[in-house]
Design a protein around this ligand. Structure first.
Ligand code: DGL
Length: 291
């Protein structure tokens, strides 16, 4: 049995998973987070799925070894390739992905049964969204669009530049032409682009799976009596890339973010070792979420 005060392990290839951490901070203010941004390998989207799966397994194992009480794959392509395996490896621990929660919201939202998915190339290739949506309702029409420009733009902080708008127009056009009414943001980096997407296509309902994922996390923690009564540690954000650049990036996106930043390295045998829990910061007041 894991420790109730242990952190929630959350990971992504880069900054995208922080859109899920933002929801954890809002809805589960007592839960500390240990976040891994695998910026040594970002973007994941154009890589072979077997390679992404190895990264996702390596990070999940590192989060487990660091004592996390739950794992959230705040990364669609990792959820598509590694979720089942990690669940089998740790049957006693909640392990959540973002695809199922997003699919359930989209199926509730659509009126005309035409759903669009914006995702990375790899997630589209995996067909995970198409399968999950059609398992909920075989009559759904699903239109998936790969958006290879989006993750590099978000990582560069270009949330609303002419290049970003141009890419968004290009990616939204096939969805508008197909007449979808609901669009799943099938990559956790994309909610950072929501203002641009909504400006270009205000008639569409955009689904960010983050909130529904965190609701499921709360449910899983309560069910296993693993929820923290009080916040006892600050959040720790670990990058496999450059920690100074990561500090600047996170400060740009979340100027009020109250967390420690550290770095970790992959070893040549594909294992990742995270900093000791003593690297977590001092207790934060419960009513002072960092967002
Ligand atoms: N944010 C991730 C996802 O949700 C990965 C993006 C990438 O690195 O390509 O799929």
């Amino acid at each position: 049995m894991r420790d109730r005060d242990a952190p929630i392990g959350v990971f992504d290839s880069g900054l995208g998973g922080l859109t899920v951490v933002r929801q954890i901070r809002t809805f589960l203010p007592a839960e500390p987070v240990l976040y891994v941004a695998d910026q040594a390998h970002v973007p994941y989207g154009g890589r072979p799925l077997v390679e992404v799966r190895q990264f996702a397994l390596g990070i999940s194992r590192a989060l487990y070894a660091a004592g996390c009480k739950a794992i959230v794959m705040a990364c669609n392509i990792s959820s598509a390739t590694a979720l089942d395996t990690v669940r089998q490896e740790y049957p006693d621990m909640p392990v959540l992905g973002v695809i199922g929660p997003g699919v359930r919201v989209a199926v509730r939202c659509t009126r005309n049964r035409r759903i669009g998915v914006l995702a990375t190339e790899g997630t589209v290739r995996s067909q995970a969204y198409r399968r999950a949506l059609q398992a909920c309702n075989p009559d759904l029409e699903v239109v998936e669009v790969a958006c290879p420009a989006f993750v590099p733009l978000v990582e560069a902080g270009a949330l609303d530049t002419p290049e970003t708008v141009q890419a968004a127009v290009q990616y939204l056009s096939p969805l508008c032409m197909a007449g979808v009414d609901t669009v799943i943001l099938g990559c956790t980096h994309y909610p950072f682009l929501l203002p641009v997407l909504q400006r270009i296509a205000p008639q569409l309902t955009f689904v960010d799976p983050a909130r529904a994922t965190v609701e499921r996390l709360l449910h899983a923690l309560l069910q296993r009596r693993l929820h923290a009564p009080l916040r006892t540690q600050a959040d720790l954000l670990v990058t496999t890339g450059n920690p100074d650049a990561f500090r600047r990036q996170t400060a740009l996106f979340f100027p009020d973010g109250d967390w420690q930043i550290a770095s970790a390295c992959w070893s040549s045998d594909g294992t990742l070792t995270l900093p000791e829990r003593s690297s977590f910061g001092t207790p934060c007041p419960l009513l002072c979420p960092p967002f």
